[in-house]
Design a protein around this ligand. Structure first.
Ligand SMILES: [Zn+2]
Length: 212
């Protein structure tokens, strides 16, 4: 639930202001889709499918309504540390906004503090905040970097996201191994080649291939 939609943190999180998802409309619409593909929505196996889909959407699209204050939960600290902090291999699951099919993979996030650091467990929550929505990977990557910039005002932020897209694997071009890599580099990560290389070297070391 969104505490205060005008709060700068909430604005940086690009939230929806209405509190609840309209589950009834989702159910009715899923039922219509089942009919439209030629299925019988009242046969036993499908009877409860519309309500299951609606409830799964609450979770899959929960990123629109996360409370960013509760998410950070006072885990931003003043610390005199000015070396790179890297959290790599953060699993994420998102839904592509063009096909409403999943895309998923790993996010690697780094920053160089100015005077504030964030509890490490909060960085995966920030990835969830932006991945649990209808997304394109490019925008998700930028949003994660911009949000950290607002929360920490660090010397720089680097975000690299590697994703496998079901819409490419299941349909259309059917490219099963094509993974997409996107990045967003701010501050020192954009301006200083050696900073960027330190981050990229770190995340490529021992990296496994993405797979389902
Ligand atoms: Zn797609």
């Amino acid at each position: 639930m969104v505490a205060d939609c005008n709060d700068p943190l909430a604005q940086a999180a690009d939230l929806f202001c209405e509190e609840e998802m309209d589950l009834e409309t989702i159910e009715a619409s899923v039922s219509k889709i089942l009919e439209a593909i030629g299925e019988n929505p009242s046969r036993e196996g499908l009877e409860r499918t519309p309500s299951r889909v609606a409830r799964s959407y609450e979770e899959l699209f929960s990123g629109y309504r996360m409370d960013p204050k509760a998410l950070l939960n006072e885990a931003v600290f003043d610390v005199a540390y000015d070396q790179m902090v890297i959290v790599r291999d953060i699993e994420f699951y998102s839904m592509c906004e063009h096909h409403i099919l999943p895309f998923m993979g790993r996010a690697h996030v780094a920053y160089i503090p100015s005077d504030k650091v964030i509890g490490l467990s909060k960085i995966p929550r920030i990835v969830d905040l932006f991945s649990r929505r209808l997304q394109v990977q490019e925008r998700m990557t930028t949003q994660i970097a911009d949000y950290l910039q607002v929360v920490l005002n660090p010397q720089g932020v680097g975000v690299v996201v590697e994703g496998l897209h079901m819409c490419m694997m299941l349909r259309g071009v059917k490219k099963h191994d094509a993974r997409m890599t996107t990045s967003s580099m701010l501050g020192a990560f954009r301006e200083d080649m050696s900073t960027r290389m330190e981050f990229l070297d770190n995340i490529s070391r021992g990296a496994e291939r993405l797979h389902f």
